[in-house]
Design a protein around this ligand. Sequence first.
Ligand code: NAG
Ligand code: NAG
Ligand code: NAG
Length: 455
Amino acid sequence: MPLIMRSLAFLVCLTVSLAADDTHAEEGKRWALLVSSANTWINYGMQADVYHAYWLFREGGIPEEQIIVMAFDDIVNNDKNPFKGQVFESYDLEDVYKGIRIDYRRESVNKDVFLSVLRGDKDAVKRLTDSDGKVIDSGPSDNVFVFVSDHGAPGYIAWYDNNFLSAKELNQTIASMHEENRYKNLVLYVDTCFAGSMFKDTLPNNIGVYAATATNATFYAYSSECHSRVFGKAATCLGGLFSTNWAYGAQSDDRSTSTMNMQFQGAKIACQGATTPMQYGDISIAHMTQKEFFGDSVLNRNILRRSRPRRSVERASVIRKNMLAYQTLKNQLAALPKGSRGAQRLMARVSSVEKLMGLADKFFLDTYTSVHGRLATNSSTTWAETNFGVIKWSCYEPVVKAVMSLCPKMMRTEEVRYYAGAKFGVLVNLCNQISTAKVLAALKRAAEINPLCAV
Ligand SMILES: *[C@@H]1O[C@H](CO)[C@@H](O)[C@H](O)[C@H]1NC(C)=O
Ligand SMILES: *[C@@H]1O[C@H](CO)[C@@H](O)[C@H](O)[C@H]1NC(C)=O
Ligand SMILES: *[C@@H]1O[C@H](CO)[C@@H](O)[C@H](O)[C@H]1NC(C)=O
């Protein structure tokens, strides 16, 4: 055979195999949207969760164009960061920041941009962010993975700017994505307090969507690796308890044989009952292999270290996310010499946060008692936090908005806002007991006598 013929034959083979690859690609792309709006040093771990997740997808060979990262990005060069330029999700100190591509940061990490990116609305994203509008540009044969690590309140993801994302809004966006054939399988992982309330009684099980949450509808999520042994007086939590464990699972599992469910169950066991991770929607999706969403880790084995096993809870080292501001200060205090100037300053901050928390308790207690009269005991200021019913949105939505405007200081002060958000269960219950107008009137009465609600 003349040389030219042989080259031609070779070329034909090459074309055929390329075409085969293309066909494979047509079978479906994988997309990831990784998000944390949480800002400031105390919320370090929520950004770290997102950064680590990014590398899992890179490791799996998912192209950068198909991974979208939204993170506030005020940690890596934070004044408090003793390891400038680096971010770790655990005390293994594996840097998960260097080389990352963050698509949306600072103020553009908000609810409207998130929902627009998710539903693939380039024009909306351009309008909202003044960027070229990178979105989840997915089609009917694609798998989409969404991960949120943040704070929460009943029925809400507590976005940093107080423009909270409700379960109802998220559900609507998912429904429209389903109608427009924007995915084959859609998976959502949510690590926030009350994360289950984003899906329970809401997410249908027949639209190709599976959700895994750090906790059930009525309980808190935890941050982990919070002690001061490594970061000293800059102590902060390095990750979410659930997130760290699913991510390190994905990092060490063989993704072509292990299922999404195995990853979930491993993370759940590692939480050891501190909280109960949950699954919602179409659970059959959990029986797909991890490769279908994360790609195959064999492709880029060198990106992350592989040695890290799943961790179980080190009890002294976890903090409920709604208590993060307060407990983090206490951990930082523990790292300072007793009686030192620094310790005294921090003590003063701790007691000022205690005061803020007391005022937030009072606000919800006053709201409740102005409807129902005195409570039998004082120890029950948390009475409804983990004991609330089904959300009646027609009342609860305007009531939550009213809290934002009646008590701006409570909802804008870092040290108390998430603590307050965790008390919204009181409002869920009041909405099930009396009219919206009456709940609003009770809120107003409580606000009038609370310094946190003074403008
Ligand atoms: C959630 O969306 C589905 C459609 O996907 C709809 O049937 C259901 O009523 C919605 N639930 C809520 C609480 O909005
Ligand atoms: C939610 O999870 C918490 C913590 O694991 C548990 O104590 C509580 O009973 C759960 N609530 C429901 C309704 O299952
Ligand atoms: C509740 O606390 C207030 C002030 O802290 C106190 O005066 C009151 O006796 C307490 N009531 C009960 C029932 O413990």
